[in-house]
Design a protein around this ligand. Structure first.
Ligand code: HEC
Length: 194
């Protein structure tokens, strides 16, 4: 081959290669935007759908959270109100019970027979309510019939009564009492409950 031939062949080859490359590149360049377009459209719509689903789910979730929270708060509030109401009812009951007791006391005190002054010295041995066994020996005199009490006291005055060997002691206790004193004492002592 002479020089010219070689040159021609090389040139032709270069041209061929160049054209081919250009053509390929061209095709690729043209194809690419189309591909991108085709690929991006479903991708975009998928993203929107996904976003929408996510948003709906988020709304659902927060709504159910709100419902759950509201139910919880309502339950707590109900519990608290019930507890407070129960306590208030209990407190009221207590106050009412105390008031009733106090009223009973007041009524009892108002209606209770008043001890005559002459009974004061008897209380030392027979007790404030005449419910004690005097010196651990005597009968309880509270609630005994008035007539019995009058009779017994008069017997002690006369020195004719001695049940436990303490008749002498009782004689000294009732010595100065008038019939009126004895009546007042007997009335009071017989009115007391046994
Ligand atoms: C120091 C303690 C003492 C004092 C104070 C006293 N008594 Fe007595 N009393 C006795 C004793 C002890 C007897 C039991 C006497 C006996 O053995 O019979 C008794 C008995 C009696 C009885 C008889 C009870 C029964 O059913 O057998 C009467 C009623 C009574 N006393 C009334 C009085 C009166 C009223 C007074 C106050 C004015 C009085 N006593 C003060 C100690 C006392």
């Amino acid at each position: 081959m002479n020089r010219l031939t070689v040159l021609s062949v090389v040139t032709a080859s270069l041209l061929l290669i160049g054209c081919g490359q250009n053509k390929q590149a061209d095709t690729a360049t043209k194809a690419e935007p189309a591909k991108t377009e085709v690929a991006s459209t479903p991708a975009k719509s998928e993203t929107i759908a996904e976003k929408a689903t996510k948003a709906v789910n988020a709304v659902k979730e927060s709504a159910s959270n709100v419902v759950a929270k509201t139910a919880e708060v309502a339950k707590e509030a109900t519990k608290e109100v019930t507890e407070k109401a129960t306590k208030a009812v209990e407190a009221t009951k207590e106050v009412a019970t105390k008031a009733v007791e106090k009223t009973k006391d007041v009524v009892a005190n108002a209606t209770a027979p008043k001890a005559p002054a002459q009974f004061a010295k008897c209380a030392g041995c027979h007790g404030k309510d005449a419910k004690m066994k005097a010196l651990g020996k005597s009968n309880i005199i509270a609630g005994q019939p008035k007539a019995d009490l009058v009779k017994k006291i008069k017997e002690y005055q006369a020195g004719t009564r001695n049940v436990t060997g303490m008749g002498g002691l009782m004689k000294g206790q009732v010595a100065g009492l008038s019939d009126a004193d004895i009546d007042a004492i007997a009335t009071y002592v017989s009115s007391l409950k046994k």
